[in-house]
Design a protein around this ligand. Structure first.
Ligand SMILES: [Zn+2]
Length: 293
């Protein structure tokens, strides 16, 4: 009898790691989506910011602190995008695993190469991101690096499933390669757009299009009547292929510019889950790239 109980105990103990879920708190939906590609059913993801919430202006809420308290890994965009609330969430969580410098504190921007790092920053420049453009989630090149980084961290925190994470990463790589073949065949080279915020700069570099002007005169600052006049002038003089708004910002302004000039405007998902098609990161990219052509 004792032997049976001992065997039962050993088998339960051995079985346990395979069923243990790594608890992830991800600030942004796209981070949760990529984590899901690599961790699948071995992880449980809670997303702190909603798909149609502006991540620049979110606030720390008790539900976010609770999710951070339970997390094995806290994943965030970094490059100061969440600077207004994340330090408070981390501190209030009292969770030693996710404190800065710990393995469970994962700044996803560590894996990417930031663009547009200003050489100097002062307040007159608006709400400029001093560490560079933080909106790298529309960049296939950088997202692959983030996925690779996640696979390493998952394997360190949950070594029993390391082979599983590695094989999911390979599947992600293969799927991305196929998608990139389709995406790079879209006629985006040389296109010119007006955008609300600096969201599409990484994508523009990778696919050869250019953002000619911004509806926001400075990041985080809504347009004045004078600035709108300047945009109308530009739209009359220059060929602009489309005006880009997102589900979160610039819809009204883009529609009004379209009415006055006839240049089409498109409303793009700013993150995973913001539209029906943008169910996951691949869906979001499909929708954005197709709308740009
Ligand atoms: Zn921004």
């Amino acid at each position: 009898m004792k032997k049976i109980i001992l065997l039962l105990f050993i088998s339960l103990y051995l079985a346990a790691p395979a069923f243990a879920e790594v608890k992830i708190a991800a600030t942004l939906p796209w981070i949760g989506s990529i984590a899901g590609e690599i961790g699948k059913d071995r992880i449980a993801v809670t997303t702190l910011i909603k798909p149609n919430q502006d991540p620049h202006f979110a606030e720390a809420k008790p539900s976010m602190i609770l999710a951070a308290r339970k997390a094995d890994i806290l994943m965030y965009n970094g490059l100061d995008l969440e600077i207004g609330y994340l330090p408070r969430i981390i501190e209030s969580s009292n969770n030693p695993k996710i404190q800065p410098g710990k393995r469970g504190n994962l700044d996803c921007s560590q894996f990417i190469e930031p663009i547009e790092k200003p050489s100097s920053v002062d307040r007159s420049m608006g709400d400029v991101h001093p560490l560079g453009n933080p909106h790298y989630h529309f960049s296939p090149k950088n997202i692959l690096k983030v996925a690779e980084g996640m696979a390493v961290v998952f394997s360190e925190i949950d070594p029993g499933n390391a082979a599983f994470y590695r094989s999911n990463l390979q599947m992600f790589r293969d799927r991305l390669k196929k998608k990139q073949r389709l995406w790079s065949a879209l006629p985006l080279k040389g296109k010119r757009y007006i955008a609300y915020h600096k969201l599409f700069e990484y994508l523009g570099r990778e696919y050869g299009f250019h953002i000619q002007a911004y509806i926001e005169p400075k990041p985080g600052i809504p347009p004045s009547a004078g600035h709108i006049e300047e945009l109308l002038e530009l739209l009359k003089k220059t060929r602009i292929d489309a005006i880009l708004a997102t589900t979160t910002a610039g819809k009204k302004e883009a529609e009004s510019l379209t009415q006055k000039t006839g240049v089409r405007s498109v409303v793009l998902p700013q993150d995973v889950g913001a539209t029906e098609t943008a169910k996951d990161w691949f869906g979001m990219m499909d929708e954005v790239l197709k709308a740009l052509q």
